[in-house]
Ligand binder design. Sequence first.
Ligand SMILES: Cc1cc2nc3c(=O)[nH]c(=O)nc-3n(C[C@H](O)[C@H](O)[C@H](O)COP(=O)(O)O)c2cc1C
Length: 169
Amino acid sequence: MPATSERVDHDAFRAAMSHWASGVAVVTTADLAGRHHGFTASSFTAVSLDPPLVLVCLDRDAICAPAFLESPWLGVHVLGRGQETLARRFARKSADKFAGVELASAPGMGGVPLLTGVLARLECRITSRLDGGDHVVLLAEVGRAALGGGPGEPLVYYHRAFHRLGAAH
Ligand SMILES: Cc1cc2nc3c(=O)[nH]c(=O)nc-3n(C[C@H](O)[C@H](O)[C@H](O)COP(=O)(O)O)c2cc1C
């Protein structure tokens, strides 16, 4: 192992991280004008049970970043097996990622668009925005957690591709 003070090569960092398997989420919000924004995320994780906190890391250069910097609310949608199309849609730069997507909304959440038919859904209030280099770490308290009635197995992202879970051992 090299000394930790040496800067790791970007390709080596990406290659190492590509071995980290994760779930896939779509994170949404609404800006103060009520416009809908969202992005596909693999950097989502639970942080604390009491209080219930989660985090997600957002690229500061993302088109939707200003919306997540001004809105106090976000929705996290855990995608299920077979929802790769939805994951790709929210990972593409596009004017309206929500066109044709069935939406719900939650009272008191500033009109944050909520996706239906996902594996699980968390309705959250952003409590801190932390510096994460070229990303901003959004720390959020979960106000409501629900199972969405979507397919029962999660969508998995590993080695820069979508996968299904293998058989349990
Ligand atoms: C599987 C997957 C996981 C991703 N995870 C993240 C993430 O955790 N944070 C992030 O900022 N972008 C992530 N991205 C990239 C964003 O989804 C993508 O750049 C998105 O278009 C950004 O939103 P924008 O269109 O508003 O710029 C991921 C993309 C994919 C395909």
